[in-house]
Design a protein around this ligand. Structure first.
Ligand code: HEC
Ligand code: HEC
Ligand code: HEC
Ligand code: HEC
Ligand code: HEC
Length: 473
């Protein structure tokens, strides 16, 4: 023992007493302490961050510092050895490892100080990095490929809900899955081979792990009146109203299920054959008596194969946080809010054509939408141009905003890329199953009677009587 201590430990301790090695020891010790701290918080605490990109710090930066410190130690030793050898000062017998040795004490003091300083600096930097990565700003803005989702997210209603609340299932498996996914995505972004557009591809956790933390699935909502305004292509941009009374239902006080929410709270499973769940050839419903009814689409040529998914909130509210609009709906809303001025002749027709056109980039779209609208009034309605220039400019600005929130040519994301499943007029939505051709063996099909989902009180009427009855006109 004495022999090996003399022959191995003593020269190592002696030679590593140099600034490079000592800094290496300090760096390694400090990053190891911080790493262990993060692991402890991850495993035992609730303070751990669920953000996948936190892996950049905890799984990449800190281990890198740890290894960098380790590499510094032998480099310092070798350099010192070479220097002493060149100067002929390499001792034949290395001094004893003893605290009473002042040189050894100094070295130890240096290591303790370096560890402490590294601990404070690296620890603060990591902590701040982790805190920053937990903000929607980081997920949505620092990572430019998320720009479309961030833009759509800032629109009501979930703009105050952190990305991680819906994208990462709680618990260790969700955490590890997210970490791996995050690191993979980060590498894809650095290498530049991420998919354009980014599609959800079933990677969003089930609603039971996310939405239901904030929303009570049993809440009884009953009927909900939806009033929408649409504008026409004529010179005066004529407005019409639709009134739909949606039977949202839910679970009432007696525990009875009813309406749209209630109908799907019983267990419904389906198989989709595409990665956005738009084509659904097979559906099964668990009945109260324990039996199941299977519905098969008459369009399906062969029996459906694939993963079965239990229907939940996200199958209808898939765009709750990222509601990319249709050009028609976005423009109707902008006119209704007065952002696009309805007193400008043909502004609906022109505006729609301008936002629907193809442009190579948002910058080019912005320039062409503005010049397109201005030129239209300059050449076709000179009187309007001379009287309402500021309204025209303001309307062009609103059209640009609509485009910039919904179309991202650099991500190949355009109108209709992300279908919204809540409804059936713009995308298949409810009619993916309720199309009248999903049939059970007993001859029944999934209900597609208009009145089971809603009462159409008025469709595209100029002055619906019901609005007057409600005192809304
Ligand atoms: C309220 C829940 C919720 C929040 C908050 C949320 N998302 Fe999502 N996100 C979803 C759902 C649900 C989908 C799946 C959409 C689908 O299936 O059509 C999704 C899909 C996505 C996709 C895949 C592409 C797409 O548009 O379908 C990306 C990327 C994304 N979200 C990023 C983010 C970012 C970045 C944030 C924070 C700025 C965020 N999400 C916040 C629920 C949410
Ligand atoms: C962290 C909490 C939280 C989570 C998680 C969450 N929501 Fe919400 N959600 C809210 C709040 C708060 C509102 C109400 C916003 C308001 O009225 O200002 C809301 C509103 C809604 C609305 C009503 C929108 C409207 O137009 O009135 C729907 C639908 C909805 N959420 C669905 C979902 C779905 C689906 C998920 C899961 C993908 C989800 N939420 C996850 C907090 C959450
Ligand atoms: C079968 C489709 C479907 C499913 C599944 C579904 N919803 Fe809905 N939900 C609707 C429809 C349709 C509306 C009414 C339209 C609207 O509010 O935009 C609605 C309305 C809502 C609202 C707005 C209520 C209000 O007072 O304005 C919330 C919140 C909501 N749903 C949450 C949820 C949650 C949480 C789940 C899962 C537990 C869920 N929904 C499951 C179709 C569905
Ligand atoms: C994955 C398939 C699927 C989708 C998508 C779907 N449903 Fe259903 N829905 C069913 C099944 C299965 C039933 C039970 C069979 C039935 O009652 O016809 C059902 C039943 C209902 C019922 C009760 C019907 C009755 O006869 O009482 C309503 C209302 C309803 N759905 C509304 C909606 C709405 C609104 C949407 C879209 C927002 C929607 N569903 C989307 C599968 C689906
Ligand atoms: C399975 C349920 C379901 C069935 C069946 C159904 N609808 Fe709907 N419908 C909806 C939902 C949900 C919405 C609301 C969509 C939204 O929130 O934008 C809607 C909205 C509408 C609207 C208003 C569109 C708007 O944007 O103003 C019209 C019109 C309409 N439906 C017509 C019909 C007709 C006609 C039938 C019968 C052939 C029918 N629907 C059958 C669920 C259904």
């Amino acid at each position: 023992m004495a022999q090996s201590e003399g022959s191995r430990v003593r020269p190592l301790v002696f030679l590593s007493n140099n600034p490079i090695s000592l800094i290496g020891v300090g760096l390694t010790t400090a990053s190891a302490l911080i790493l262990v701290g993060f692991w402890v918080i991850d495993v035992f605490g609730h303070g751990g961050s669920a953000n996948p990109y936190v892996g950049i710090i905890v799984d990449l930066c800190l281990p890198a510092l740890f290894i960098f410190g380790l590499i510094l130690i032998p480099i310092g030793i070798l350099l010192r050895r070479r220097k002493l050898k060149a100067a002929g000062q390499l001792p034949s017998e290395y001094p004893k490892v003893e605290l009473s040795n002042p040189v050894f004490r100094e070295g130890l003091l240096f290591v303790v100080a370096a560890t402490f300083i590294n601990f404070v600096i690296v620890g603060t930097a990591s902590y701040r990095g982790v805190a920053y990565m937990d903000t929607p700003n980081f997920c949505g803005q620092a990572c430019h490929v998320m720009a479309p989702e961030f833009a759509a997210y800032q629109v009501f209603p979930h703009s105050h809900v952190a990305c991680t609340e819906c994208h990462i299932a709680p618990g260790i498996p969700g955490f590890i899955h997210a970490k791996l996914n995050g690191t993979k995505q980060l590498i894809q972004v650095i290498v530049g081979n991420y998919s354009r557009p980014i599609m959800p591809e079933g990677k969003v956790p089930q609603a039971s792990a996310t939405c239901v933390h904030c929303h009570n699935p049993g809440r009884y909502i009953g009927d909900k009146l939806m009033i929408t305004t649409a504008y026409g292509d004529d010179e005066n941009n004529p407005a019409t109203k639709s009134l739909v009374l949606l039977h949202v239902g839910g679970r009432d006080l007696a525990g009875r299920l009813s309406g749209i929410h209630g109908a799907h709270m019983a267990r419904i499973e389906y198989i989709a054959t595409d990665n956005t769940n738009q084509t659904i050839p097979w559906v099964a419903k668990a009945n109260d008596d324990g039996s199941t009814t299977e519905y098969v689409s008459s369009d399906a040529k062969q029996p459906a194969r694939g993963e079965k998914r239990v229907m939940d909130c996200i199958d209808c509210h898939n765009r709750a946080a990222h509601s990319f609009d249709t050009p028609e709906k976005a423009l109707n809303k902008a006119i209704q809010r007065g952002l696009v001025d309805a007193s400008l002749p043909f502004v609906h027709k022109q505006g729609l054509a301008l936002i629907k056109a193809d442009y190579p980039s948002q910058e080019e779209a912005d320039a062409k939408i503005t010049s397109g609208l201005e030129d239209f009034y300059k050449t076709q309605h000179a009187d309007v141009w001379s009287q309402k220039q500021s309204q025209i400019e303001q309307s062009a600005k609103a059209l640009r905003a609509i485009y910039d929130q919904n179309v991202f040519p650099n991500m190949k994301l355009t109108w209709g890329t992300h279908p919204n499943n809540l409804g059936h007029n713009d995308y298949p939505g409810c009619f993916r199953c309720h199309d009248g051709s999903h049939n059970a063996k007993n001859g029944n099909s999934i209900n597609n009677d208009c009145s089971v989902c809603h009462n159409l009180l008025a469709t595209d009427e100029a002055n619906p009587k019901q609005l007057a009855d409600l005192g809304l006109q």
